[in-house]
Design a protein. Structure first.
Length: 256
């Protein structure tokens, strides 16, 4: 078996385990792994990542649905606008500077990492059922923008959706993770379709990554469904800060 094939499978397994545990699609792991560790360019890594994210989110969401950790009404509303954003982002990706996207994403990752780690005091928490009219306008706009950014960089968007639902809408963290996973199925599939139609998906890379992510995704979701919120917040913070560091380093190199 060629060494690069083994590394592609390892990439998928790592993304599946960590993504399933944290309620992410795994693209936040796949793109840095393929670009930073294996040396692929982001234009190749992004479409591969979105295909893998779609498969992983579909596999992981089954566990969250079974445990009743998905708010279907919220998932449908956000997914609709996420899909619009994903299609827009993946369509214009060829015309947007890779370095600029990396810089923007780095800033968002740092902000959400710090905010999510701090959390909110119980008295400040919001209840979606009681505040949908007040916050839904903001939520759908943010969902569209997250979709655009996710389509550009090749991630499912869970790294930004979870803080949106946990901190803005006020969902419990476990519910936010489960609902995000289902949303990512639809949003990543839409962006993947655009890349497929453009012939931008490298199948020799995508196939082993998808195989690996299938191996790790269900296990990650199983453990993530019973994880303690404090542990999830700490891991989420660590992952986002690491990715922010890697993305900013590569972006500054490109700009300078």
């Amino acid at each position: 078996m060629p060494p690069e094939l083994v590394w592609y499978i390892v990439c998928g397994m790592t993304a599946g385990l960590l993504g399933g545990y944290l309620g992410l699609g795994g693209g936040e792991i796949v793109v840095p792994f393929l670009t930073v560790v294996l040396g692929l360019d982001v234009k190749t890594a992004a479409p591969v990542s979105l295909v893998a994210v779609t498969v992983n989110a579909l596999s992981s969401s089954a566990e969250y649905l079974k445990r009743g950790m998905v708010v279907l009404e919220l998932a449908i509303i956000i997914a609709t606008f996420m899909v619009m954003g994903n299609i827009a982002g993946s369509t214009v990706s060829a015309a947007v500077s890779e370095e600029l996207v990396r810089v923007l994403l780095t800033g968002v990752l740092v902000y959400t990492a710090v905010t999510l780690l701090r959390g909110r005091r119980p008295a400040e928490r919001l209840v979606f059922a009681d505040n949908r009219r007040r916050f839904m306008g903001l939520v759908v706009v943010l969902a569209f923008l997250i979709g655009v950014l996710a389509g550009l960089i090749g991630v499912g968007g869970g790294v930004l959706l979870i803080p949106l639902m946990y901190l803005v809408i006020g969902c419990p963290l476990a519910t936010a993770r489960g609902t995000t996973t289902l949303i990512v199925v639809f949003s990543a599939a839409a962006a993947s379709a655009v890349y497929f139609l453009r012939g931008a998906v490298a199948l020799p890379v995508a196939a082993p990554v998808v195989f690996g992510i299938l191996l790790g995704g269900r296990a990650g979701a199983y453990f993530g469904a019973s994880a303690r919120p404090a542990v999830v917040r700490a891991l989420f913070f660590a992952v986002m800060m690491y990715l922010a560091w890697r993305l900013s380093a590569r972006a500054l190199e490109g700009l300078w």
